[in-house]
Ligand binder design. Structure first.
Ligand code: FE2
Length: 511
């Protein structure tokens, strides 16, 4: 057996059983490869994170990097990382522990799938490498049958557009889950005039370049603190790879050959995995990454997390193209998976995390329509089929991002028919920082003339922030939480608007 494979299996076994040298963990110097050469400095510069919680399991994550913006600065050898999960913040009641191997092939990242936990419980976790101990993270498992659930919806954090200040407020709100629906990094080149400038000298293409970009983003203190405060459920959109890419087609096929773009995808997906608290089932296979998956919160909610980027047809450029039945957003296997998950659900709420907006945006004031082809509007037949399915599903709610604005809408069976039934609700959760501070007058001048063409919009707004949902058996109370500015490292937060989705009554209304 190759040495690397054997080590990985050992690491996986240790993670699963949590049974390695229990009494010595976090007390003795690290054994194995790490012991041969001490780490040059604290390797926990990128913090800790947790994610993909189940009732009895959660993934805990870290990445060792003594020089995070320059490839990590780690030795080209595996490093043993001890981990602990405790019931208390002071780690007196440690319930799981083990040793994971931080492998240079995965940028010395660690993804431990901690099993055998109790449902609906808060846990604390930490790591040790050499003589260094990480900050402690806080996470929680899903209750077997929760009566309520608090979810924060976030997306789109462009480093160059501002500080990630909305996370400071999110942390105070203590969500059970952070749902991040894409654009965790932006691949754009450094812009000298930006409020914060991207590292590097251009767009990332290589694995090293993507790793450095993720590392830079993870130096934002509010982002790091939010990762340490709650489990995240993440999916990616386009900017984790290349703006507006579709499957293996780049934004600019004339400038990136197919082979070059496949290499870029491979690098981008690997760096994504390396930096996200997701299960090893998401280890990329070359230019493929398995990210669509679902989570059950007892009878309260089922969450289907989509991948609307990897399997889609290349974007159309015409209204007629958007209505072509050959256009797919999900690809046949994911479409069947989603249909099955919707049909089999007994949950009160059926939540869909979609990177891109599902409700119609008619961009043409007055008669006729003009659609935004990168979102579901560009894939009308498949979108309308999904909306038809939503009529058969209990309380569908779509949570999406991408647009860098708050857009909260009724989902309608058929947007071509003004009298069509409302089948659900959608929240487009603005952005953490992308587009920066926007000018209200310019925003309203652009969007106000379109309100009459889009009567399904309930709230449309330009502020940076996130959406917060208190999901209960009888309804969802939603808040649009916004900050005053992202151009400074701190900003006060307020609730811009409060909305309600009542169980059994499709649609959303402002409270
Ligand atoms: Fe974005």
């Amino acid at each position: 057996m190759p040495e690397l494979t054997r080590r990985r299996l050992l690491a996986a076994g240790a993670a699963a059983s949590g049974a390695v040298a229990a009494s010595q963990l976090l007390t003795a110097p690290a054994a194995g490869a790490a012991g041969r050469r001490p780490l040059a400095a604290d390797p926990f510069t990128l913090g800790v994170a947790s994610g993909d919680p189940l009732t009895t399991a959660v993934v805990i994550w870290t990445r060792l990097a003594v020089d995070p913006l320059n490839g990590g600065g780690m030795p080209d050898s595996p490093v043993a990382v001890q981990w602990q999960v405790a019931q208390d913040q002071s780690f007196r009641k440690v319930v799981r522990r083990g040793v994971a191997i931080a492998d240079p092939d995965l940028a010395h990242s660690v993804h431990v799938d901690v099993r055998g936990l109790e449902p609906g419980r808060v846990y604390w976790y930490r790591f040790r490498a050499g003589t260094y101990v990480s900050p402690a993270g806080r996470t929680r498992t899903i209750a077997r049958d929760p009566s309520k659930l608090r979810v924060a919806l976030a997306s789109c954090q462009n480093w160059q557009n501002g500080y990630f200040t909305p996370y400071a407020d999110m942390r105070e709100q203590e969500p059970d889950i952070v749902l991040f629906v894409g654009d965790y990094i932006y691949e754009s080149a450094p812009t000298a005039s930006a409020v914060r400038v991207h590292e590097g000298s251009g767009e990332p293409y290589s694995l090293l370049q993507y790793r450095n970009r993720y590392a830079q983003y993870k130096t934002d203190p509010d982002l790091l603190a939010m990762h340490a405060a709650a489990p995240w459920i993440v999916t990616f959109d386009d900017h984790e790879v290349d703006n507006d890419f579709a499957g293996d087609v780049p934004q600019d096929p004339a400038q990136q050959s197919h082979d070059a773009f496949v290499s870029r995808l491979t690098a981008a997906y690997q760096a994504y995995y390396e930096h996200m608290p997701v299960r090893a089932s998401a280890v990329p296979n070359g230019p493929h990454l398995q990210m669509y998956r679902s989570f059950d919160f007892g009878r309260l909610a089922r969450l289907n997390v989509l991948d609307t980027r990897q399997f889609r047809s290349d974007q159309t450029t015409t209204q007629a193209g958007a209505e072509d039945p050959a256009m797919t957003m999900l690809g046949a296997p994911q479409r069947a998976w989603l249909a099955g998950n919707l049909a089999s659900s007994h949950a009160r709420w059926n939540l869909t995390a979609s990177q891109i907006m599902m409700a119609e945006t008619d961009l043409l004031a007055g008669p006729g329509k003009e659609w935004f082809y990168d979102a579901w509007d560009g894939y009308q037949v498949e979108r309308n089929d999904l909306l038809a399915r939503f009529r058969q599903v209990d309380n569908p709610v779509v949570l999406s991002g991408d647009r860098h604005l708050t857009m909260i809408s009724d989902l309608k069976r058929d947007y071509a028919d003004p009298g069509s039934a409302v089948v659900g609700a959608e929240f487009v959760g603005t952005s953490i920082s992308s587009n920066g501070d926007q000018d209200a007058t310019a925003f309203n001048a652009m969007w106000d003339p379109l309100r009459g063409d889009n009567p399904h919009w309930k709230v449309i707004d330009y502020h940076r922030g996130y959406h917060l949902f208190d999901i209960g058996e009888r309804g969802i109370d939603a808040q649009v939480r916004v900050v005053g500015t992202v151009l400074k490292p701190q900003s006060a937060s307020t609730t811009l608007s409060s909305l309600r989705v009542d169980a059994g009554r499709p649609g959303v209304h402002v409270v």
